[in-house]
Design a protein around this ligand. Structure first.
Ligand code: PMP
Length: 284
């Protein structure tokens, strides 16, 4: 596999990043994941826009412009023959010569790494037919979850708690309400209404979330952006999560309680269909 590191395309085993890189020592970096379907990028511009917001929030310089990012994404997709899969992009505050809590001088170049992951049949994930099971876990992440940093230890631990409990993922709960999933935004559907937490620094502003809510409103579905509890989720008709790589994924069980008939419901299936159809059309 060919990867991109700081201006160069290299075989993955020849790519190198300094051990003093701020992301390696301090998780001082941000990332994006863009899906590829049929060799084309899904919602590329949404991801580049959020990359800019994450970098701005951390005062890391964006080393490339939109067209340069696009060129690298396309080069890797084509070079690695990706039909379905994703492109991972990471920008860090770079690698000053030493470890120091203070940010390095302004002219320290950010470290840029991109690689692809091949996922044949990504849009036909069998989990979309069966649905996934989630458990609730206390949200112990830091308070700036709107910045897409590589500081993913707690979400990773929460994912393992879910796996140990025989489930697929965890919904994170703070002050009695669900914030989001470990790597996705969370939704419930009650009486035809789609309920998902409002945007704030408590959650990542999902690129998929924005698109799904837009399509839902265009299809005259009712959307309410507010916090909801686990008890409400357990009493919901349907539930789902969204992310760039899972698209729209039905949730059929929350903390051992089956939702509705215990199988993926019609509203989620329709949202997934609309999302995939529209986003494939708009892919670049
Ligand atoms: N929330 C969190 C915590 C995430 O990690 C992700 C995926 N990176 C999402 C939500 C979904 O965001 P997106 O739709 O942009 O992939």
């Amino acid at each position: 596999r060919t990867v991109y590191v700081n201006g160069e395309y290299l075989p993955e085993d020849q790519a190198k990043v300094s051990i003093f890189d701020r992301a390696f020592l301090m998780a001082d970096g941000v990332y994006e994941v863009t899906s590829v379907l049929g060799g084309k990028l899904i919602d590329f511009d949404g991801h580049v826009a959020r990359l800019q917001r994450s970098l701005d929030a951390l005062e890391i310089r964006n080393p490339l412009d939109r067209d340069a990012w696009l060129e690298i994404h396309r080069h890797l997709v084509s070079e690695n023959g990706i039909e379905d899969g994703m492109v991972y992009l990471q920008v860090t505050r770079g690698a000053p010569g030493d470890r120091d809590f203070a940010f390095p001088p302004e002219d320290t170049p950010p470290t840029v790494v991109l690689f692809t992951q091949n996922k044949p049949g990504l849009a036909d994930n069998p989990a979309a037919k069966t649905g996934i099971k989630v458990i609730s876990v206390e949200d112990q992440r830091w308070a700036r979850r709107d910045i897409k940093t590589v500081q993913l230890l707690y979400p990773s631990m929460a994912k393992m708690m879910a796996k140990k409990a025989g489930c697929d993922d965890a919904w994170l709960v703070e002050d009695g309400a669900v914030t989001e999933g470990t790597s996705n935004n969370a939704y419930i559907i009650k009486g035809g209404k789609i309920i998902t937490r409002q945007l704030s620094s408590d959650i990542l502003h999902g690129i998929t979330r924005a698109a799904v809510l837009r399509f839902a409103r265009e299809a005259q579905m009712e959307v309410e952006e507010r916090a909801f509890t686990i008890a409400e989720a357990q009493a919901a008709d349907e539930a789902f999560v969204t992310s760039a790589s899972a698209f729209v994924m039905p949730v059929i069980e929350v903390d051992g309680v089956a939702l509705g008939k215990g199988t993926p419901g019609p509203v989620v299936a329709r949202l997934r269909e609309i999302y995939l159809e529209e986003m494939r059309k708009a892919a670049i």
